[in-house]
Design a protein around this ligand. Sequence first.
Ligand SMILES: [Zn+2]
Ligand SMILES: [Zn+2]
Length: 69
Amino acid sequence: MKCYNHHDRDAFGICTVCGKGLCLECMTGKKDVITCKDKKCINIFNLRRILLIFLYIVIIIALFVFIFD
Ligand SMILES: [Zn+2]
Ligand SMILES: [Zn+2]
């Protein structure tokens, strides 16, 4: 796969939001949480992360309520 922005460069990762291939210069984030430098993708990624954390908290509270009820 080639970089979405640089067609002459090999992609080192794939944006977890839009699925585009990215070279080292075009990617941002860490190993398994790569996104392109597109603001849309970064915003969606951050939103997803917040939702995921929120979901975890809800599950933990639900478990506590279930156990100590
Ligand atoms: Zn992207
Ligand atoms: Zn690139």
